[in-house]
Design a protein around this ligand. Sequence first.
Ligand code: SAM
Length: 662
Amino acid sequence: MVDFLRARDRMVDFHIARRGVRDTAVLAAMRTVPREAFVDPGFEEFAYEDSPLPIGQGQTISQPYVVALMVEAAALQPGDRVLEVGAGSGYASAVASRIAGHVYAIERLGELASEAAARFERLGYDNITLRVGDGSRGWPEAAPFDAILVAAGAPAAPPALREQLAIGGRLVIPVGEARRMQHLRKITRLGEDSYDEQDLGGVQFVPLIGAQGWTEDGQPATARAYVRDTSLPARISAAAEPLPDPDAADFAAPFERYAGRRVVLLGEASHGTAEFYRARAAITRRLIGRHGFRFVAVEADWPDAATVNRYVRHLPLRAGTVPAFQRFPTWMWRNTDVAALVDWLHAHNADREHAEQAGFYGLDLYNLTDSIAAVLHYLDRVDPAAAAVARERYGCLTPWQKEPATYGRAVLSHGYTRCEQAVVQQCRDLLASRLDYVRQDGESFLDAAQSARLIAAAEHYYRAMYYGGAQSWNLRDTHMFETLRHLLDAHGPRAKAIVWAHNSHIGDARHTDMGAARDQLNIGQLCREHFGEEAALIGLGTHAGTVAAADDWGDDMAVKRVLPSRRGSVERLCHDTGLPRFLLDLGPGQDEALREALLAPRPQRFIGVIYRPDTELQSHYAEATLPGQFDAYVWFDETTAVTPLGPQHARPGMPETYPFGL
Ligand code: SAM
């Protein structure tokens, strides 16, 4: 049985107060209103999660933090007349009613409105008047209002709502050119015709559908008052350094500015784009070949990368070695671009002493993919419904996969909790057997103490991983960072390294809604905190083309079309430069005004091993600031899917296509 009082207090402390909501009246109201009474039956146990939840009819109850943020921004006073547009479940109106004098609430959908009215009645909230209607026109008979809260995104602030504000009144409304991505605006009426406007940051709301919002088919209902900043692409273009094709001899030359750093982290906006691999390979060859970088450490399982490492260092194949990277998502490492880099490292190391050779390592020591496969295999056998939930949750471990239906299914499957013990045990057994392999590996940095630490942490990790969410992500990225540090230590006091991982791991998480809204950190952030200016964080991005990805975890790879980037996104700004490829240096001493302009959070696309174009906006876009995340951004306007290794790539004289096998 969930202790709702405790959960509510925890929510207010962790998700609201800690994020900066200070108004004591707002915090007290959030501690009073029982959110579990506003969610659909069956969802009560999720009522205090840090997220919106479905309330039927394709609508959501807003994330508690966003409700608190909006109510605080509206600066409600006792006695105030408040209008809420988009009452939905009634939760935000209920919170406002605990502070203000009277709340007028409008909801467009009759069914939601009657459920909300019943809730107010049950809870005895008698200072709320609710009606069904189009709130984009406001509620003229009840105006003027001291505050208006709008819980749905509009293309521009409706003039009717501005006009229904009292002088000194505050309108808090999500405004954005994209239907499901907005900036929260606070508009204060200063005089008859004068208003002050403030930006409170990026948010995602369902659209405001009505005469002064969006039409049902997704068009702004009125002429757009939203002014696009058309000068930004031109300014990016002026600051950008055009790049040649990644296979050109001098592609990596501009990246020599990072040759003095201890760690150069190279990102990617998908796990299946050839240009990202080829660019990173070219930079890696340059930094290793000319600037003494000692190894490349990639977002891959340790044991598989260790097999590749033995190959590139000309170490004998160990008995019982299985070919590397045979499990989902195979194309991420078994592709022609990685094979070419592996061949280059093999040749580069040929006449070098062991201590001078360049290495290839995996940062995911926990063997994530094997563990996930084991869990899914087990659940598929004993409880397919639980397996479906697990698939969704593992989606969350790959960058930015969000599936709104997850909660719905989690509720349906009681087997999920029942299976926990067995699944955790299975992961531990798996780890124990894999550890023998790791222990015997020739590279000595991974000593007994490290193994012991790993075993101690494993149960915690698997339990967290089983439930998904921020904690498992943080454990994973902290682990990757620690592995990197151990590797650096093992290679000498001034050893320099290159890291390959997804943008979501490399772009400083404090500057994405991953860090800001979900308490997630990542290896990029940890490197910045630890190495300061000695770390270079470089993101890569694209507008359109093709990508190798699956529909779901464990499914076959397909070559999918990448939708053109969305209006208002970082990618669209880069696309609008008209340049096919460029490097944008975002470091100190560059165009400061441009850096400043790019600091506003914008939607940015994250494709992992799964790509779902049908739900692209929810599944793959998140708010982030480009210069906050990265020291530089590398742009490829049009990109192509990686080519997985096939029999035609077998190398004569090698056992299969060692080290990959086929
Ligand atoms: N504050 C609500 C809560 O906490 O449950 C959030 C509800 S949801 C994010 C937004 C609601 O706005 C939906 O229920 C939707 O039907 C409603 N809506 C959209 N356009 C509207 C309009 N023009 N007038 C009134 N309600 C509208």
